[in-house]
Write a protein that binds this ligand. Structure first.
Ligand code: BTN
Length: 323
């Protein structure tokens, strides 16, 4: 942790309390003048810090900016989110995460940005990522799993995002196979998993998460208005993005550790319990065929099972599903 992070941590450990310059200088191992300089820097970063003579400093408000220091302060994980690369504006966080992973970035590294000018969705679609309204982030993980199991990580991520939304907002969310998070009939979050592998071994995964957190109607282009929504539109309250990301990291680490030790069953159960897809009549367009049927569940590996009119069961590995 750098000095700014240590100061933020001290404020968080004693919320609402004044901490004297002397105490901060001892905690940080630097002079009182250095503490004052770092407090000034925090103010420039958007933190509201009150300074009262003889009492010291206290934190009044933190900015809703996605900085590495904010996200890492008080994060109760061992890996996920322990390294954060935060940008203001990028084309897309996905290639940046690939670059970082190829250079050896640690498991759990998060690459995020306030704005993406060329956000990528699944199937080559664009992902609308306007400034400051959403959570646009790519997570690097290095699971020791065989290649065919890699899609399970997408389902694990969907389950984790859905749980985090419920915990942070109280909203009811559903997961549409394989990786869209829906509120009612509108999409609030998409997940794009990209893989780097050798032979049958996963080197790393870059899991891209695009969550419409605080967008208002005016932030969406006309063509998305009828199909997309945000947490703020649905709950009527802005989401604290930093707290959301921290909670996501904690939930993800817990679910991921359980998955690595115990396998896929718990993810499968939670995915099915929160599924938008199961029980619905769907049309599936795979690379080779188009089929219609009822989505009936996931198999043991996480593949969607569709039962057609003749009662025949088809397994859908990767496809575009329409409802
Ligand atoms: C989809 O539903 O099509 C997936 C959308 C994934 C969007 C996220 S935003 C962060 C990361 N960077 C990107 O360019 N895409 C993913």
């Amino acid at each position: 942790m750098n000095i700014k992070q240590v100061i933020l941590q001290a404020f968080r450990d004693q919320p609402g309390r004044f901490i004297s310059g002397e105490e901060l200088s001892q905690t940080c191992g630097c002079s009182r003048t250095a503490v004052w300089k770092h407090i000034e820097e925090l103010r420039r970063d958007g933190y509201e810090v009150e300074a009262v003579r003889k009492s010291g400093y206290r934190l009044l408000a933190a900015p809703d900016r996605l900085s590495a220091a904010e996200i890492m302060a008080g994060l109760a994980t061992t890996r996920i989110g322990q390294h954060v690369i935060a940008h203001d504006e990028v084309v897309s966080t996905q290639p940046l995460a690939h670059e970082a992973a190829a250079k050896g970035a640690q498991e759990g590294t998060l690459v995020l940005a306030e704005q993406q000018t060329g956000g990528k969705g699944r199937l080559g679609r664009p992902w609308h990522s306007p400034k400051g309204t959403g959570i646009w982030m790519s997570l690097i993980v290095r699971p020791a799993i065989p290649l065919p199991k890699a899609p399970q990580m997408t389902l694990l991520t969907a389950v984790t995002v859905a749980r985090t939304i419920r915990e942070e907002t109280g909203l009811t969310v559903k997961i549409k196979w394989p990786n869209d998070i829906f509120i009612g009939d509108k999409k609030v979050c998409g997940i794009l998993t990209e893989l780097n592998a050798e032979a049958d071994r996963v080197n790393y995964l870059v899991i891209g998460i695009g969550l419409n957190a605080n967008s208002v109607q005016a932030d969406f282009p006309e063509e998305l208005l009828s199909i997309a929504t945000s947490l703020r539109i649905e709950s009527g309250t802005p989401v604290k993005r930093v707290a959301f990301i921290q909670r996501f990291c904690q939930n993800f680490e817990e679910e991921y550790d359980h998955y690595l030790q115990e396998g896929f069953q718990r993810v499968k159960d939670e995915w099915e319990a929160n599924s938008y897809s199961i029980g619905r009549w769907v049309t599936v367009q795979t690379i080779s065929q188009k089929l219609e049927g009822q989505a009936i569940g996931l198999d043991e590996e996480g593949v969607l099972m569709i039962e057609d009119r003749a009662g025949q069961i088809h397994k859908v590995y990767s496809a575009d599903v329409n409802y």
